[in-house]
Design a protein around this ligand. Structure first.
Ligand SMILES: [Zn+2]
Length: 393
């Protein structure tokens, strides 16, 4: 990829880390015939494809996923053991990027009270800052705060995430005290309003989506206010107050891509010989995946449209940074499984586990063996916490 734009070092001018939230590797082959030549296919053709990769921890949620990709280690060491987890010292549940000591910038309230303060080790982006006397620019971008903050690390110039109430990109006082001019100008264009002003229709004729199940499926959830989970999804009617609905449509990815391009221009990333690092996480795939599942036309359409966004990103990088002068990697924070009910309906081995039953079973065990159930303090993310003080007593 590199042809020595930085004399003597062969370093890239810009590194772009792309995480696609909830993307499964089989989507690359499943939807292959629907992709253009300049998006996923270009990466597959010109890049190095690591096929035999595995997760060596659980649970594989967004927080632990992004932290593991960028720290190169596992939750027991980087500290992000869930999106939310039980903090035994605080005796309370905490959210991975929640930080009440910082305040929103470009927005207000709890949406902006976020930082990487719970990351216990450095990210590759922090290491780049350390090795360049903090001269490398590092920016994280994602609709999800945790998808922007954890990759960018503790020493980043900034991380930006989406505030669904205002439809603006925001950050927090951990990074800076005002929005840069380019970000403010981007917000002023009110893209979310435009994306929600017309229905979501399939990008290709709907009969061509033969890689997915029929549109009206019992394994999909509807948008609030919708009767059936079918196209066209009437976004103007479903929008409600605010602009949060954008997340649950492929246009959330386009919004992310456009904001990322603005960041490269606005921050002059990749403009000098010191490598910069842009972390972009596409979250709409995860919101759509959760609602519609891996066999939905909605999911397929989201990837067809994401392929076009990836093509835009690559073309922009080729033109702006230069072919061979940047390094891009693409991965996912986790994948998704089939709907268990869908599996059962097709005679496949599957089932549901109910956390309440698991909790009750553990409590029952404690009651029978030690006379009281309170030894179990919390059960969350399949993680069991015992009351160690009580046990010591
Ligand atoms: Zn995720």
């Amino acid at each position: 990829m590199l042809n020595g734009q930085s004399p003597g070092t062969g370093r890239p001018k810009l590194i772009v880390g792309v995480v696609i939230d909830q993307m499964r590797p089989d989507y690359l082959t499943r939807y292959y015939s629907k992709f253009g030549d300049s998006g996923f296919k270009k990466i597959l053709k010109n890049g190095f494809y690591c096929r035999n990769t595995q997760f060596n921890y659980a649970p594989t949620y967004t927080g632990p996923g992004h932290a593991s990709i960028y720290t190169g280690t596992t939750p027991s060491l980087h500290g992000i053991t869930g999106n939310d987890w039980y903090d035994q010292s605080a005796m309370d549940t905490v959210y991975c990027t929640q930080d009440t000591s910082v305040s929103a910038v470009g927005g207000e309230g709890r949406e902006g009270m976020m930082s990487p303060h719970r990351l216990l080790t450095t990210t590759i982006t922090d290491q780049l800052r350390l090795s360049t006397q903090m001269k490398a620019k590092v920016v994280g971008i994602s609709l999800k705060d945790r998808g922007a903050i954890l990759p960018a690390g503790r020493s980043a110039d900034a991380a930006y995430w989406y505030d669904g109430k205002s439809g603006n990109w925001i950050t927090s006082s951990w990074y800076r005290n005002d929005l840069p001019k380019w970000a403010q100008e981007f917000n002023d264009r009110k893209w979310p309003e435009q994306y929600l002003s017309k229905p979501w229709n399939t990008a290709l004729p709907i009969k061509e989506y033969f890689e997915s199940d029929p549109d009206d499926s019992p394994y999909e959830a509807v948008f609030r206010g919708e009767e059936n989970p079918v196209f066209p999804h009437d976004l103007p009617a479903l929008k409600g107050t605010g602009y949060d609905l954008v997340r649950r449509t492929p246009f959330g990815n386009t919004l992310t891509k456009d904001f990322a391009l603005s960041a490269i221009l606005g921050e002059k990333m990749g403009a000098d010989s010191i490598p910069d690092f842009l972390c972009v996480s596409f979250s709409a795939t995860d919101y759509v995946g959760h609602q519609f599942g891996p066999n939905a036309i909605e999911t397929e359409d989201t990837y067809i449209r994401l392929d076009r966004d990836i093509a835009d990103l690559l073309t922009f990088l080729d033109n702006r940074i230069g072919q061979g002068a940047y390094l891009l990697f693409m991965t996912a924070d986790h994948a998704c499984m089939e709907n268990p009910k869908f599996m059962l309906d097709h005679k496949l081995a599957a089932g549901f586990s109910d956390p309440t039953t698991i909790k009750d079973t553990i409590r029952y065990f404690f009651t029978r063996k030690y006379g009281k159930p309170e030894y179990l303090q919390c059960y969350l993310n399949d993680q069991v916490h015992f009351d160690e003080t009580l046990i010591a007593r």
